[in-house]
Design a protein. Sequence first.
Length: 309
Amino acid sequence: MRGGRQNRGRGRRGHRRISDDIRATIVDHVVNHGLTMAEAGRRVQPNIGRSTVSSIVQTFRRENRTARLPQTGGRGRLFTPQQEEAICTMVRANNAMRLREIQRTIIEDNDVFENIHTVSILTIDRVLHRNQMSMKQLYRVPFQRNEDRVKELRYQYVQRIMELESSEPSHNFVYVDEAGFNLTKCRRRGRNIIGHRATVDLPGQRGGNITMCAAISEHGVLTHIPLIGPYNTQHLLNFLETLYRALIPDDERGLFREDLPKYVVICDNVSFHRSNIIRQWFVTHLRMLIEFLPPNSPFLNPIEENGGT
């Protein structure tokens, strides 16, 4: 195989920037100590090739300098740091903003961008990447989640939990939630030999949805009860009775003393969680309390992460 064809595909070597200190050292080795070009290149780290050493020495002899010349020429940045920050502020305020919308806003703005009359989409994209902003999938957040009213309810909830943690007797927190799934669910993507389908075995019929109700605490999973179909008030009552037996020993049931720990069940705002029958169950079980999460705040319930796994 001839000449250049045998090296086709080999990456081009990048340009190595040599510091001014190493340049001065190279000149000292060659001019003052009489080393050859090759010997001088091997005396520094990383090693430098003979041709590069020769170029450095010739520049010294011709121009009497070892420092690199400052970079000149080319086109400077279009945007000032303040203008780049303004672009980033646009994106932070509206994550769904498209590059063309940013472009139109910049051109129409006669205040911050008064000196910008035209700008390409590619330039805007480079500005965003330089400021560590990239394209990603949008995560949908209900706008009610960030209302001041909801934030205040979260604050009150956290204060209530902190009061329970610091009060006597001790309060143990139990997190309860329901999650639905179907046995026919599977991964959407797989691997196989090229030319063959990637397959997975599933039941022939879809079947009913399964709902799992579970309770966890700082000690792990306390109990879980699956059933076909959705949960309702009666199913939740059965679950609470099972949870009660798991938490309260036989010889302590029916007792209410100040030295016995209490259990706080934390759950979301599903309608049947707040039914009168459920509330009455907690009234008759004195060592069991219930606390409801603030609206639009599933991230305050650790079992949400447990159910996802």
